[in-house]
Design a protein around this ligand. Structure first.
Ligand code: IPE
Ligand code: IPE
Ligand code: MG
Length: 235
């Protein structure tokens, strides 16, 4: 099962407490550890977390920098915990706008966790689905020109994985969770979520815990997925 989460509401969590937004992001990072470990325990095969969207660069520079710093810290402290739990780490998204230091940390985390046989943890940073799709289409056009062959869906998916720096192929999203009381996708996994079940939670991300993950998984279990067909219960 592939679960994807749009971790939203850090800023509001902090504002409600009269704290700076950065405190919300710090608490949010703690909730990431909880969610990752709870998902692995719940036998989720792939967990994709939206940590920083390409659109988030439009925030004040200090906030973007603080988020990048927190992400680097997360990799530094959590990689070993992930390795101990056989969790493989893969950072997806653009890499051309990240700092050299961060790129090194990402490569190190991916390399040291690569042999894990457990959950695949994908963290989306400087991620934009629209950008990925356009870039994959551009590469498809380039390949078609040189090879003279027609593009297949499988080939397009391979290009999408390449554009996003996916080290492991991931199945399509089964359950997409968004916290923070917003009901939108914000340019996250648009292609991969074609048939995803959606679960929107009012909970602000720093308050997300194992119980809330179970609640989303139970909600998912009650859904009947039909993929355009008639479903199992139809006479
Ligand atoms: C989610 O929380 C974290 C990121 C987008 C990086 P927000 O920072 O969007 O929090 P709100 O939506 O302003 O409360
Ligand atoms: C989506 O949240 C991005 C992440 C959670 C990383 P945003 O807070 O940036 O999205 P919008 O602005 O509500 O669409
Ligand atoms: Mg938000």
């Amino acid at each position: 099962m592939h679960v994807a989460i749009i971790m939203d509401g850090n800023g509001r969590w902090a504002t409600q407490r009269g704290l700076p937004r950065s405190s919300g992001h710090i608490e949010g990072a703690k909730a990431v550890r909880t969610a990752v470990e709870a998902a692995a325990r719940a036998d989720v095969k792939t967990l994709t977390l939206y940590a920083f969207s390409s659109a988030n660069w439009s925030r004040p520079a200090a906030e973007s920098a603080a988020l990048m710093h927190l992400f680097g810290q997360y990799l530094f402290t959590e990689t070993r915990r992930c390795v101990e739990q056989s969790i493989r780490i893969n950072v997806i998204g653009r890499r051309d706008r990240l700092s050299e230091n961060l790129l090194r940390s990402i490569e190190q985390s991916e390399r040291s966790s690569a042999a894990g046989s457990g959950m695949l943890l994908r963290i989306a940073v400087d991620y934009s689905s629209q950008h990925s799709i356009v870039e994959a289409a551009r590469r498809a056009g380039r390949d078609a020109e040189s090879a003279g062959t027609e593009l297949t869906g499988t080939e397009f998916q391979r290009l999408l994985l390449e554009v996003d720096h996916c080290t492991h192929p991931a199945s399509e999203v089964d359950l997409l969770i968004r916290t923070g009381n917003e009901r939108r996708l914000s340019d996250f996994l648009l292609w991969e979520s074609a048939f995803a079940e959606l679960h929107f939670s009012e909970c602000l991300w720093p308050d997300f815990d194992e119980q809330r993950l179970h609640c989303a998984l139970e909600d998912y279990d009650r859904r009947q997925r039909r993929f355009g067909g008639l479903g199992a219960n139809t006479l």
